[in-house]
Design a protein around this ligand. Structure first.
Ligand code: ADP
Ligand code: MG
Length: 147
């Protein structure tokens, strides 16, 4: 029911949780995009495809969580695009399609455990997206139309 879920919006500045320092930067969607997310998307890690501006479609993992700036009342949608970019792309358009759920949000005892979990998420997403029922979305019309 929930999947596929298509989203598009500008990449905005996050709140500096230091994702980049962990080697896993997350491109944040603005409030207007997050507000459209239907209820039923529990906090956790999801996988799918992503495209920055008119670049190629890449695999991604997206975490849905809560925004500490708003006493956790508001959600966040943060996408790690599985690709090495030469530079940041704040202000760019980011299109995503979420195709499935990987795991619920949990707290970790150490940064090391957190990084390990994120690496596992990325390798899980990598495998899942190669399955035919998920890989078809890489060439979906959604990614062929502007913005
Ligand atoms: P912020 O708190 O501003 O979101 P992050 O440390 O999470 O800061 O870094 C996110 C930014 O890093 C993105 O907005 C984007 O411009 C840049 N970036 C570079 N490579 C990637 C990538 N592979 N996936 C997501 N964002 C990336
Ligand atoms: Mg971020």
């Amino acid at each position: 029911m929930r999947f596929p879920y298509f989203a598009t919006g500008e990449v905005v500045k996050g709140f500096g949780r230091g994702s980049k320092q962990l080697g896993i930067p997350t491109a944040n969607y603005p409030e207007n995009v997050v507000e459209k997310l239907p209820s039923g998307f529990d906090n956790g890690v999801y996988y799918g495809w992503a495209k920055v501006d008119d670049g190629p479609v890449h695999k991604m993992v997206m975490s849905i969580g809560n925004n500490p700036y708003y006493n956790n009342e508001k959600k966040t949608m943060e996408t790690y695009v599985i690709n090495d970019f030469d530079q940041d792309f704040y202000g760019s358009n980011l299109k995503t399609v979420m195709l499935g759920f990987i795991r619920p949000m949990t707290s970790f005892n150490s940064i090391d455990d957190l990084i390990k979990a994120m690496k596992k998420d990325i390798s899980d997403a990598n495998e899942l997206l190669d399955k035919p029922n998920n890989s078809v979305y890489k060439s979906h019309n959604f990614f062929k139309t502007p913005q």
